[in-house]
Design a protein. Structure first.
Length: 142
């Protein structure tokens, strides 16, 4: 066991696994941000996630595949693959939630725009019905 603990791939995989666990925690945090409609916190979480992903990429460049790998290394690789799968599913859920939130916001804006147009038209019709052509609001000039 002492020899396997010193295996260079195992040391790198342990650091890799810790980063992916942090990535998983950030994915859960993003899910909460989306549910709470907290866009500033979501933005900060995305920035932290990008930094973690950069660190993972750098480490992966340093990892070389060796022909012979210890049993602990193989087991840790499988654990890492499982964790990556969980993160991927969570990110897909987060993306779907964000897309639904965006669609709802767009619909809300569309309704506000149509409401604003209706108010403008109603105001114009009311003035025309009374035979007036002046603004209903007093701006201190007219």
């Amino acid at each position: 066991m002492e020899q396997n603990a010193r295996h260079p791939h195992l040391v790198l995989l342990e650091a890799e696994y810790a980063d992916f666990e942090a990535l998983h925690a950030l994915s859960l945090e993003q899910e909460a941000c989306i549910d709470q409609d907290d866009l500033p916190a979501l933005e900060r979480s995305i920035v932290r996630m990008r930094r973690l992903m950069d660190r993972i990429r750098v480490r992966q460049k340093n990892m070389r595949r060796g022909g012979e790998q210890a049993q602990d290394v193989c087991r840790r690789r499988r654990d890492l693959c499982d964790l990556i799968g969980q993160i991927q599913r969570l990110q897909e859920r987060n993306q779907e939630s964000a897309q639904r939130l965006l669609a709802a916001a767009r619909e809300e804006l569309r309704l506000l725009d149509s409401g604003s147009r209706a108010v403008r038209r109603y105001g114009q019709r009311a003035l025309q019905a009374r035979g007036e052509r002046t603004s209903r609001l007093f701006d201190g000039i007219r």
